[in-house]
Ligand binder design. Structure first.
Ligand SMILES: Cc1cc2nc3c(=O)[nH]c(=O)nc-3n(C[C@H](O)[C@H](O)[C@H](O)COP(=O)(O)OP(=O)(O)OC[C@H]3O[C@@H](n4cnc5c(N)ncnc54)[C@H](O)[C@@H]3O)c2cc1C
Length: 415
């Protein structure tokens, strides 16, 4: 029985975590990433429940802890920066908006890349990591997948995994057009690194809500920098896709008159090297495996950054997918991928839910709505109502979802 040669499209969290487990499991793996190098950006992502267990079983927790953010909680501020509601981490036992294990997305990607480099050193010849290229065409038959790359090269693989995000090219090529699987959620999200402005409360994730936008500033590992985080409630505009200048114009318009740190955020935005902007979308693919091609992470299941579960689902998906492939021969790969699709389904069905509803509920469109929202937040976070809030967070919590265990779980678990 020969082990399959696997191609992974995309070197984000899902792609690198899958590659790591495959290489550890003795599988020859090629990763192709469109960007010229690893993409560093992103704000804090949290690990709780199943994703934390997956990280533990993958032996990643010591490195994650070394890069961990120490957020004390979240606070809501008004236009002058005065807090009117506070959610300390311990108030919700780490199950509130801020979890007890938080790490910047770029740092988690680095942790995974370092672990992958280490695994590749232990198993020479198993890993090929190519930046600046992408799949242009693929055609699968009963015994393999023929892939043509944008660079002009063609190669045959036993398995192709799409870990290329919400706008996955692998999904388009093997499953169908994006419109069949992605649902727009009514807005956009942007993240970038900025110098920590004066007046920010140290260690706290501060949030200001204005008509059409939530503006957050989150601590970074380096206290000199912070992560700006924007959630915009605006209509879909195709002209925004890939046009940074147009994206910045939109952000400037929405934040005009927002007060607080909006001027500092806008001043930092133009020069931010890790500026990330994308439409909020949910991705539902009824069956994430099709023959010898499968999807992992946002490419196959995404609840948008509003779900707070993108990275968790990517890690869990990678763990389960690799666990099914390791030990399966090249001829058994389609059956292994089908098992992965079945096993991951209950987890992703829950993981895609948006806690406390929708963008419409979170972001008002008028100042009246913003003021009413602030009043409600103040009341809900007041001492007498805290038990109610605690229960609401517990009911919306995703940390109770068990980690689906793949066939070769024992083989891949790292002490
Ligand atoms: C730079 C960046 C910053 C982010 N910041 C946040 C954040 O702050 N908060 C949040 O909730 N989510 C953020 N996300 C999304 C979050 O990372 C994902 O929801 C989650 O981690 C699942 O990851 P993924 O690997 O499935 O997808 P992604 O993280 O989107 O990674 C997909 C990878 O595939 C690559 N790619 C895309 N198309 C192709 C192609 N055709 N060929 C080859 N490679 C391709 C991309 O360059 C990217 O590296 C960010 C994503 C990126 C890329």
């Amino acid at each position: 029985m020969s082990a399959p040669h696997v191609l992974i499209s995309g070197a984000g969290i899902a792609g690198i975590a899958t590659a790591l487990q495959l290489v550890r499991g003795g599988i020859r793996t090629t990763v192709v990433e469109r960007a010229p190098e690893a993409r560093p950006g992103g704000q804090a992502v949290d690990l709780r429940g199943a994703s934390r267990e997956a990280a533990e079983r993958m032996g990643l927790m010591p490195a994650i802890r070394a890069h961990q953010l120490h957020e004390q909680g979240m606070l809501y501020v008004d236009g002058r920066g005065c807090p009117y509601g506070r959610m300390p981490v311990e108030l919700f036992d780490g199950r509130g908006a801020v979890a007890d294990v938080e790490i910047a997305r770029g740092d988690l990607n680095r942790v995974l890349l370092d672990a992958l480099a280490e695994a590749a050193l232990q198993a020479p010849g198993l890993l090929s990591l190519r930046y600046g290229d992408r799949i242009d065409a693929l055609a699968q038959d009963a015994v393999g997948v023929e892939v043509r790359f944008a660079s002009g090269a063609s190669e045959r693989f036993d398995v192709v995994l799409g870990a290329d995000g919400v706008h996955s090219a692998t999904r388009r090529l093997a499953f169908g057009p994006e419109g069949r699987f992605a649902t727009r959620l009514g807005g956009y999200a942007a993240f970038f690194t900025m110098p920590t402005p004066a007046g920010i409360e140290d260690g706290w994730f501060s949030m200001r809500i204005v008509p059409g936008a939530m503006l957050g500033i989150r601590p970074d590992r380096d206290p000199a920098t912070s992560k700006a985080m924007l959630t915009l409630r605006v209509d879909h505009d195709p002209a925004l896709r890939g046009d940074r200048a147009a994206q910045e114009v939109l952000i400037r318009r929405v934040l005009t008159g927002a007060g607080w740190q909006a001027p500092a955020v806008l001043a930092a935005m133009g020069g931010a090297e890790d500026f990330y902007f994308d439409e909020l979308a949910r991705v539902d693919v009824p069956e994430v495996a099709k023959g010898r091609v499968a999807l992992v992470g946002d490419a196959g299941y995404c609840g948008s950054p509003l779900s707070g579960m993108g990275t968790a689902m990517a890690l869990v998906g990678a763990y389960v997918l690799a666990g099914e492939l390791v030990g399966a021969g090249a001829e058994e790969a389609p059956a292994a991928l089908a098992r992965y699709a079945r096993r991951i389904e209950p987890f992703i069905a829950d993981g895609k839910k948006i806690p406390f509803g929708s963008l419409e509920r979170a972001v008002p469109t008028s100042w009246t709505g913003a003021v009413l929202g602030a009043l409600t937040t103040r009341v809900m976070l007041s001492r007498p109502l805290r038990p109610l809030m605690r229960r609401a967070f517990a009911e919306n919590a995703t940390d109770a979802l068990p980690l689906p265990l793949p066939a070769s779980d024992a083989v891949l678990a790292v002490e």
